[in-house]
Write a protein that binds this ligand. Structure first.
Ligand code: PRX
Length: 635
């Protein structure tokens, strides 16, 4: 039987089977892969510890299922179509055979540089094929990659290196991003001043930016790979051996290293990719995310390459050299499935239809979105003007922790509704609970989104701190994995994600912990205390609003707010830079000292009515003063 759902009744049928007998359901999919040794048991789990194991005692190498598998049957098929930042630079097309050779050569290179099974390798690179090669080569030799988005600051990079005690960094001299050239190696050099575990750095020449190479530590990629051609034996990995660590923000100050393992992640990314996008062999699939995020891991690299897909990898940004760039790339490479973020859609929508006009866009069959709720207006614009009314939109809900898409339409099969992620994929058992943890059954209910049964792609732990994993995801509601999202199930049983219910904000589809931003702000010597909230932002979905108590000293408000923005920029990176900073005389606190963020969120969003009961505040007058200041900021 095909693994691909073909009809709506087929979906319901598979869904039912997956709930009645999850083991048989997943086993059938896992059986389509090459295992060095078959598993003894499909799943063992409890959500109390939590302990989650899939394909227990199975042995495999995920890269054999991505590359070796296609070598003889489809070696000449294009694996990666690389579209450079500058459209006048040459496109690179890499076949499965070429990718196999590049990965093997780089695997040998890693081994020759002392990297082996279980070692952690940081990848801090631009969107170039070598970044994919680096990830896959790590997987081939059993090293654990941790990709860090190359927009993070040296501090953020150093924190991640230290947390996972990485042995190697793979980076580039610089990155091209739109009209800018970013000196990346310099950021890594700065980070390494705050770390002690890195033995080697491999540096890809990309921009020709001048760099200093430290003798004995830094090696150019092109020198490092010399003489390392030839097949690299694929390490035999346990299904539960770590594949990668990916850091993500949470409601506490420090980002956590979400751990994904080999066997389950392979099965889940493949299955979800094939079904959600209804990928057909020969199609060209383009996911515009960066490999620094989970979307890039699961739907640029692992899912598609496991399915033998041809993918577009895009180095640039949607608006460079003009706001027609996405559409130009779609036509140029005849993209069939296009997957992007609502924030990109809204940014392009702001330029109107004109940038779309020169392009046919007739290769497109499926459109996807991910990362944040998509507003109806953006949904319709995407549907009508990009998809010309003929492409189904898959609004895919998932998280770094879930490894792959959990709630989404099956393209062309599940009837869609704007702004609804619709229905769970087979194997996913969502539940909605109230704040006391009681399951809300039936339709037309709203509450906290939890999942009650494991799926192969879910996180296993948070690196080096299992207790944190337990506290964050498995302790809020007994017996469930808690997503941190609010959700509504409507009268048709369709799911609509309402946004985070914790102190996490979603800026342009990127998760940001308010505490993390506050910690960065508080590093400024004049800052006494700060509170950060999200507010509705036309393009970004949510913007960052910081209320700050500070000692101005000899600075003007303007100077200080700018300095605060720069501080956050330096400590975390440009993505965390507050959009608005308001210097306030105090914060609305309860008598026990808790900041009433609800009030701040209302002020930040311009909603000045109905603050509810403020009599319990230590200083109720402070609310009026903050409101007054907020009006000035908006002017
Ligand atoms: O709040 C949800 C939102 O993004 C969060 C996960 O962020 P991250 O781990 O960075 O992963 C993003 C890419 C998978 C979720 O908790 N989110 C993600 N997809 C959607 C969404 N909110 C609404 N609709 C979506 N389709």
């Amino acid at each position: 039987m095909s693994l691909k759902i073909q009809t709506l009744s087929g979906y319901f049928h598979e869904y039912q089977k997956s709930v009645l007998n999850p083991e048989a359901f997943w086993e059938r999919i896992a059986d389509t892969f090459h295992w060095k040794k078959r598993w003894d048991k499909v799943v063992e789990w409890n959500f109390e510890e939590p302990k989650i194991e899939w394909f227990v005692n199975g042995k495999l190498n995920i890269t054999e299922n991505m590359l070796d598998r296609y070598l003889y049957t489809a070696g000449d098929r294009t694996a990666i179509i690389w579209e450079p930042n500058d459209p006048s630079e040459e496109v690179r097309k890499i076949t499965y055979r070429e990718l196999f050779d590049m990965v093997n050569q780089f695997s040998n290179t890693l081994r020759a540089n002392g990297v082996g099974k279980g070692d952690r390798v940081i990848i801090y690179m631009p969107m170039v094929p070598e970044a994919a090669v680096a990830m896959i080569a790590c997987a081939r030799i059993g090293a654990i990659h941790s990709v860090v988005f190359a927009g993070f600051s040296s501090n953020a990079l150093a924190d991640r290196i230290n947390d996972c005690k990485a042995k190697m960094v793979i980076t580039s001299d610089g990155n091209f991003r739109g009209a800018k050239t970013i000196e990346v190696k310099k950021v890594v050099d700065e980070a390494l001043e705050k770390t002690e575990t890195i033995e080697k750095m491999i540096v890809l020449k990309r921009t020709g930016t001048e760099v200093t190479m430290q003798n004995g530590r830094d090696i150019w990629w092109h020198d490092a790979i010399k003489g390392h051609e030839g097949e690299a034996q694929a390490e035999s990995m346990d299904a539960e051996d770590m594949l990668f660590i990916l850091y993500t923000s949470g409601s506490t100050g420090k980002p956590k290293g979400v751990v994904h393992t080999t066997g389950g992640y392979m099965v889940y990314t493949y299955f979800s990719f094939l079904n959600v996008f209804q990928y057909k062999t020969g199609d060209v699939f383009w996911c515009s995310a960066d490999i620094g995020w989970i979307t890039g891991h699961s739907y640029i690299i692992y899912g598609p390459l496991l399915a033998g897909a041809s993918i577009v990898m895009f180095e640039g940004v949607p608006t460079y050299p003009n706001p027609g760039r996405f559409w130009e790339v779609v036509d140029k490479h005849q993209v069939n499935e296009f997957y992007t973020a609502p924030t990109a859609i809204r940014a392009l929508q702001a330029f109107g239809q004109e940038p779309l006009e020169p392009f046919k866009l007739d290769s497109l069959r499926v459109l996807g979105t991910v990362g944040e709720p998509i507003n109806e207006e953006a949904w319709h614009w995407y549907h009508d003007h990009v998809g010309k009314g003929k492409c189904p939109i898959v609004d895919t809900w998932w998280q770094t922790e879930t490894g792959g898409i959990l709630v989404s339409p099956i393209a062309g099969i599940t009837p869609t509704k704007p702004s609804y992620a619709t229905l769970p994929l087979p194997g996913i058992q969502p539940v909605i609970v109230d704040n006391e943890g009681r399951e809300l059954r039936g339709n037309s209910v709203e509450g906290n989104l939890c999942i009650k049964y494991p799926w192969p792609g879910m996180l296993r732990t948070t690196y080096g701190d299992h207790e944190r994993c337990k506290q964050t995801y498995f302790s809020s509601f007994n017996g469930y994995y808690f997503t941190g999202d609010g959700v509504k199930r409507d009268e048709d049983g369709y799911y609509r994600i309402l946004g985070r219910v914790d102190d996490v904000i979603n800026v342009s589809g990127h998760r940001m912990g308010t505490a993390e931003v506050e910690n960065a702000i508080n590093e400024h010597p004049r800052v006494i205390e700060s509170a950060v909230v999200g507010y509705p932002h036309n393009i970004k979905g949510q913007g960052i609003y910081a209320f700050v108590i500070a000692d101005l000293d000899d600075r003007t408000v303007q100077n200080l707010t700018n300095e605060i923005k720069v501080t956050v920029n330096n400590i975390i990176g440009p993505i965390a830079r507050p959009d608005k900073v308001q210097i306030v005389p105090g914060l609305p606190k309860t008598r026990s000292g808790k900041i009433m963020r609800r009030i701040l969120r209302k002020i930040a969003s311009g909603d000045t009515d109905n603050f509810g009961d403020t009599s319990t505040l230590l200083d109720p007058d402070v609310v009026d003063k903050i409101m007054e200041g907020a009006r000035e900021i908006d002017q």
